[in-house]
Design a protein. Structure first.
Length: 532
């Protein structure tokens, strides 16, 4: 019996209840291009297919065991509650015994079973994934990345080539699977852009490893590999089969989920995740590589679905779905290679005027990334965003020279974001003309649109908001009533020239916000361009 026949026989036997050492009322099969997952009610058993797809080789029992053990090790980092053990399968292909004694004929990763409806892509389709859930996940991933040990480059290694190789491999593995000239032409266009983008940023890719940004990541952070458990997002099923596909720039990892959310039509969640991720870790410099990684990740998902669409044993509906998914991701990649257009948007208003609340909403509508003065000021001093610090004007971390240092950091962060082709929203009071002028000059230097969003609120509203925020203790701002009074006394009003670049936020109603979004979108698009 050859390996394929033996695998089919074993799979058929495992779809019965007899092989399992616990009560099984039903067995359901989920098949991917590299695994069989048997759902038994309480537990799921993941068996690796004996396949060689070029980027992985599971053709020997020894390899399958090793990769089962790696899967357990790697995934317990983010999902210890799901990954339980690696169990041998003894007996024969016709009569297997999961966890039985005797020489193993196969191995499986034993997991706690969860309902497939809890997968992120399914929950997303039902509208059950909130902005709050996404932002919490972003902070979880940023913390995970921060705790991972960085990879030291091997002597004489070409770090930038290691970035390009998997991207080129995608194209090489997809192209033989295509027949239609239009499909081949679309792939060639994306590959040409990828090679140009890499050439432009080759030095930066190498610098990222020297800056300790390459770490042993999850490696496959898309919607199908995240599950909602008790309301929390839990990533699972990270890459175990190829170290080169998980040792990566952390921004490469973040790009995967950003891309997949956009591909599923949830740009709002994509940029909520991205903004929360870079805010949590401070990795604004990584934005320069983000466009390359967004395209790369779209091609990864396109490849997986193209391979899946051509595998044997699929129903017509399954084959059609895989083909449609291939097209979805190719179209997403094609969208990314269009000429990017950044923008610099600065907020203007007193503490408590609603800047942070509004900017959170603007991220979704504009596809923007936010940088906050309250967070960056504390980061410069090694403080957590929610740590309390003295808020007296002119003292401690709020001394004039520290404020100047904070605005310089905001300017550097904005340069990274807008320079990479993304709108940046800078959340700070911007009560001084010189601070506003510096960001206007940045926009001019980058050749991108500039806008000021002025927040209007009465003194009574400002005081009430500050009191409520202080009582909650869940925001990075340390502003007090004394700070507010000082701001009102010392603010430098917008000049006539600045007012020409200003959009006024007149209220918090849905209609008022829609008007603001539309106006900003027009300004970002520029004359003759289509608004975002």
């Amino acid at each position: 019996m050859n390996a394929a026949d033996n695998g089919a026989t074993l799979l058929a036997a495992l779809r019965q209840s007899a092989p399992y050492p616990h009560l099984v009322r039903r067995v359901e099969l989920i098949e991917t291009h590299i695994s069989w997952v048997l759902l038994t009610g309480s537990y799921a058993y993941k068996v690796k297919k004996p396949v060689n797809l070029g980027f992985l080789d599971f053709t020997t029992l020894k390899a399958r065991r090793r990769y089962c053990e790696e899967e357990l090790r790697l995934n317990r980092r983010l999902a210890p509650e799901l990954y339980l053990d690696v169990v041998p399968i003894a007996g024969t292909a016709q009569h297997p015994r999961v966890g039985g004694d005797g020489p193993p004929i196969e191995y499986a990763v034993k997991m706690k079973e969860f309902g497939q409806s809890a997968l992120f892509d399914n929950a997303l389709a039902r509208g059950e994934v909130s902005i709050k859930t996404i932002e919490t996940l972003a902070r979880k991933i940023a913390d995970f990345h921060a705790r991972l040990p960085p990879q030291a480059p091997a002597a004489g290694s070409d770090v930038s080539a290691a970035v390009l190789a998997p991207a080129v491999e995608n194209f090489d593995q997809i192209r033989p699977l295509l027949e239609a000239p239009a499909d081949i032409a679309a792939l060639n266009e994306i590959q040409a852009w990828t090679l140009r983008e890499f050439k432009t940023n080759a030095a930066r890719f190498a610098e990222r490893q020297a800056q300790c940004c390459v770490r042993e990541c999850h490696g496959d952070l898309h919607l199908g590999n995240i599950v909602l458990l008790d309301g929390a997002a839990v990533p699972f099923d990270g890459i175990e089969f190829n170290p080169a596909l998980r040792w990566m720039d952390v921004m490469n990892e973040a790009a995967f989920l950003v891309m997949d959310l956009e591909a599923h039509g949830r740009r709002d969640l994509a940029y909520a995740f991205l903004s929360a991720y870079v805010e949590a870790g401070g990795d604004y410099a990584g934005m320069a590589q983000l466009p390359f990684y967004l395209v790369y990740r779209a091609l990864v998902r396109a490849k997986v679905n193209r391979i899946r669409s051509l595998q044997n044993g699929l129903t017509p509906a399954q084959r059609q779905q895989a083909t449609a998914e291939y097209q979805r991701y190719i179209e997403r990649a094609a969208g990314y290679i269009r000429e990017p257009r950044g923008a610099v948007i600065i907020m203007h208003g007193y503490s408590g005027s609603g800047k942070t609340t509004l900017t959170r909403e603007l991220l979704a509508s504009l596809g923007a990334v936010r940088v906050r003065s309250d967070v960056e000021r504390k980061r410069l001093h090694g403080l957590n965003a929610l740590a309390r610090a003295t808020a007296a004007n002119g003292a401690g971390i709020y001394a004039d020279d520290e404020t100047a240092r904070t605005y310089a950091q905001l300017l550097a962060d904005a340069n990274y974001i807008a320079g990479a082709g993304f709108p940046v929203i800078v959340d700070a009071t911007f009560l001084r003309t010189a601070h506003r002028a510096a960001f206007h000059a940045l926009a001019l230097a980058l050749g991108v649109p500039f806008a000021i969003v002025h927040m209007e609120a009465t003194p009574a509203e400002l005081r009430n908001r500050l009191a409520t925020r202080a009582a909650g203790g869940t925001d990075a701002s340390d502003a007090t009533l004394q700070v507010l009074e000082a701001q009102i006394r010392n603010a430098e009003v917008l000049t006539g020239e600045e007012l020409r670049d200003t959009v006024i936020a007149t209220g918090s109603t849905a209609a008022a916000q829609r008007t603001l979004w539309d106006e900003l979108a027009k300004r970002i698009a520029g004359p003759g361009n289509t608004p975002l």
